[in-house]
Design a protein around this ligand. Structure first.
Ligand code: HBI
Ligand code: FE
Length: 271
């Protein structure tokens, strides 16, 4: 199988591209204390990402010592099978381009800032590092069973847009949120989105949109709880059960949902 890995050619990035990275980085680190989870902030401190676009040779050296992960450059989104093969082998494929200065707030395709600033700090946490590898292996199985659309929802509502409970209230661990200035605020503070307790079958039944802020975020109790719930679950019978159940459309709330209102939680239906 072709792995789509390309040389990063770090030396070819221009001063303007490094400046765009530094500008995005400074904007996020001004927002994230008190909003990103402790594991993300610890990862940011462990990696040297402030100055400009990181050299993947240096970044992977540090990451390898922490959790055995490395970052490889790819041209952009790669086929699912290729993506899962990389994750299953502790390689994170990062897009090798950065957005233009006039695209600072939104771009459709994940660029190097989304992929590296958003995803890589969490890979310094041993539990999340295990989760990402388990996801890769699960994706390879799902491809064989034709159940990928369901599993992609798990990635979306955890790795990309996940929230986690902390003693200080809800915090962000999802890369799509933590790499976006506006969604960093929206996900924790806006009254409009639902924040629901994570449940694996519930997430697998929930569609998602890729072109706007999320209408529903899922909240895990902790990273170990997420790893435990997914690694110790045989997805095959779950996929069978789900095949006979309809999706739960956005922004519906299911009676079994645990609904978090900023800082507290309550059950959807009065018990
Ligand atoms: N490729 N480079 C890259 N990065 C991703 O995040 C990615 C991908 N291919 C497929 C994909 N994500 C998702 O469709 C999987 O979660 C299924
Ligand atoms: Fe991503």
């Amino acid at each position: 199988m072709q792995d789509y890995v390309i040389p990063q050619n770090w030396d070819r990035f221009t001063a303007a591209e490094h400046a765009t990275w530094a500008r995005l980085y400074q904007r996020q680190v001004a927002l994230l204390p008190g909003r990103a989870c402790p594991e993300f902030l610890a990862g940011l401190r462990a990696l040297d990402l402030a100055a400009g676009i990181p050299d993947f040779r240096v970044l992977s050296e540090t990451l390898q010592h922490l959790t055995g992960w490395q970052v490889v450059a790819v041209p952009g989104l790669v086929p699912d099978a290729v993506f899962f093969e990389h994750l299953a082998n502790r390689r994170f494929p990062a897009g090798n381009f950065i957005r233009r200065a006039d695209q600072l707030d939104y771009l459709q395709e994940p660029d190097i800032f989304h992929d590296v600033f958003g995803h890589v700090p969490m890979l310094t946490d041993p539990v999340f590092a295990d989760y990402m590898q388990a996801y890769g292996r699960g994706g390879q199985r799902a491809l064989r069973h034709g159940s990928l659309p369901n599993l992609a929802r798990l990635y979306w509502y955890t790795v990309e847009f996940g929230l986690v409970r902390t003693d200080a209230g809800l915090a962000i661990y999802g890369a799509g949120i933590v790499s976006s200035a506006s969604e960093t605020i929206f996900a924790l503070e806006d009254a409009s989105p639902h924040r629901l307790g994570f449940s694996l079958p519930r997430v697998l039944r929930t569609p998602y949109r890729i072109d706007d802020f999320q209408q529903t975020y899922f909240v895990i109790d902790s990273l170990p709880a997420l790893l435990d719930e997914t690694v110790n679950t045989d997805f095959a019978p779950l996929y069978v059960d789900l095949a006979s159940l309809p999706d739960i459309p956005l922004p519906a709330i299911d009676p079994a949902d645990v609904v978090f209102t900023r800082g507290t939680q309550s059950h959807a239906a009065a018990h």
